[in-house]
Design a protein around this ligand. Structure first.
Ligand SMILES: [Zn+2]
Ligand SMILES: [Zn+2]
Length: 474
């Protein structure tokens, strides 16, 4: 689903700002032959457009959802009390439609009309499933998902054009089963294949494992990252097996996603200094043993900086280290992080990651962690073309390698190669693009780790809540 937020900030429904407790979602069909949602968004964004508003329009050309009001704003539509406690969603209709009454029409291009109906149906199913999850609604419960016409029968909408009239007029009720009952069913099915959002941030390991589990729960996280040892290097603390056991209990009981441990920043397998390379070897080998206390987790590291030795040499040295460290018995998957490509960093190009992976013998133990700030800084424009970036990743590395995400905004525009993280929505990537990342069907279910410059856990708790969808409520 492509969701674009385009609030009708001048419309009285927006400015009145009345709030509702969302009881259900009403599906409308616009009732006039205009396929492009943007034209409605423009027209309805008017201070004189009184007593008419909905929360979203679905475009007839490409199924894009334009969210026009925060979901919990009151939007009244067509009659008082209008949509009441319902979210209202309009599907655009094909250009060739000619209404002969409120419920009947003629159509000059049925093929196009059917394509529009299919597209808006598909987008509406996804949107409704998403909203039902957000608001804890059961799509099959009486009165939760209703059409405009059903709303009329319940005294909360007028008696004009309606999705079922539209589908029926095109013969799609019999041909494709487009009815409200089938729609509700389709939404319920869509909700079943949805994957949870695993999200968290870096937590301090100073208080031990159980303390991290409790900290995660306190901020609404269901995954997290932690440094296996001092991020600047040094020796790791002894592990207390009973403490690890307590964390494992918390993780299972609360259905956490995989954890994403982080190697120290000083770990550089392709340094020109033998001492630094030895530290990389020692630290990673030791960390692999320690990670077995949290089986099935990920272990993320910055591939390294070749410091003038050339990326080919660097790639070789990184792969050599991995081949020495990885054992077929380990349950940990090691993740190469995508980098911004500053200085002599390796991993700024997908090709470099692919070249490392190609050289690793035990390749089922190796994956990639994609950092949104880093790849944007590295020149992959996820704000302008997420699908293209993912297609490129798939072609070069393979999306099956992608195991985790670092969710960060960037202080700099795409291609800046700076690696300066920003809080979500406060950087050059922007909230909408980040939302598309976490909701992308190819990325859903991957653990998402925030590495934003928040000052404390409360700040991360707010960001987690924001990304869990509360932002749609404002
Ligand atoms: Zn990162
Ligand atoms: Zn970074």
């Amino acid at each position: 689903m492509k969701l674009v937020r385009s609030y009708l900030t001048k419309n009285p429904c927006y400015t009145a700002g009345d709030k509702i407790t969302v009881k259900g979602i009403m599906l409308h069909s616009v009732g006039c032959p205009r396929q492009d949602a943007a034209s409605f968004v423009e027209e309805w964004n008017d201070e004189n457009y009184d007593r008419a508003c909905v929360h979203a329009f679905i475009d007839g050309f490409d199924g894009t959802v334009y969210q026009t009001l925060p979901w919990n704003h009151r939007a009244w539509h067509c009659c008082s009390p209008g949509n009441g406690d319902y979210i209202g969603v309009e599907m655009c209709e094909p250009a060739g439609l000619q209404y002969t009454s409120d419920f009947t029409f003629t159509c000059e291009d049925e093929e196009t009309a059917r394509a529009v109906a299919q597209r808006t149906w598909d987008a509406a199913v996804e949107l409704f499933a998403y909203l039902c999850r957000q608001f804890g609604l059961d799509p099959l419960s009486d009165g939760v998902i209703i059409s405009h016409w059903e709303g009329y029968q319940r005294g909360i909408a007028s008696d004009h054009e309606d999705p079922e009239h539209f589908w029926k007029g095109l013969g799609l009720d019999t041909e494709r089963g487009f009815t409200m009952d089938r729609f509700r069913q389709a939404v319920a099915e869509k909700m079943e294949d949805a994957k949870p959002l695993y999200i968290g941030c870096h937590l301090s390991s100073a208080g031990g494992f159980e303390a991290m589990g409790k900290a995660a729960l306190s901020i609404g996280a269901n995954t997290f990252a932690f440094f296996t040892r001092n991020p600047r290097g040094g020796k790791a603390k002894e592990i207390d097996p009973a403490d690890a056991e307590k964390l494992r209990e918390i993780l299972t009981k609360n259905s956490f996603g995989p954890l994403v441990a982080h190697a120290p920043y000083t770990l550089n397998p392709c340094s020109s200094a033998a001492k630094t390379r030895e530290f990389a070897h020692m630290a990673m080998a030791d960390d692999m043993k320690r990670m077995e206390y949290l089986p099935g987790s990920y272990y993320n590291f910055h591939p390294g900086s070749h410091v003038g030795q050339g990326s080919e040499k660097g790639i070789e040295m990184i792969a050599d280290l991995l081949n020495e460290i990885i054992t077929p018995e380990q349950s940990t998957t090691i993740l190469l992080e995508t980098m911004a490509g500053k200085g002599s960093e390796i991993g700024g190009r997908f090709e470099e990651l692919a070249a490392i992976i190609e050289r690793v013998h035990c390749d089922e133990k190796i994956g990639v962690c994609l950092d949104t700030c880093h790849i944007s800084d590295g020149g992959y424009d996820i704000t302008g073309g997420l699908d293209e970036v993912l297609a490129e990743f798939d072609r070069i590395v393979g999306l099956d390698r992608l195991k985790a995400l670092h969710i960060n905004d960037s202080q700099n525009p795409a291609g800046a190669r700076k690696d300066r993280h920003a809080c979500i929505g406060e950087g050059q990537i922007g909230l909408d693009a980040i939302l598309r990342v976490i909701n992308h069907p190819k990325l859903m279910g991957l653990p998402c780790i925030l590495e934003t410059p928040q000052e404390n856990l409360t700040g991360y708790g707010r960001e987690i809540a924001l990304l869990r969808g509360v932002h749609y409520d404002e």
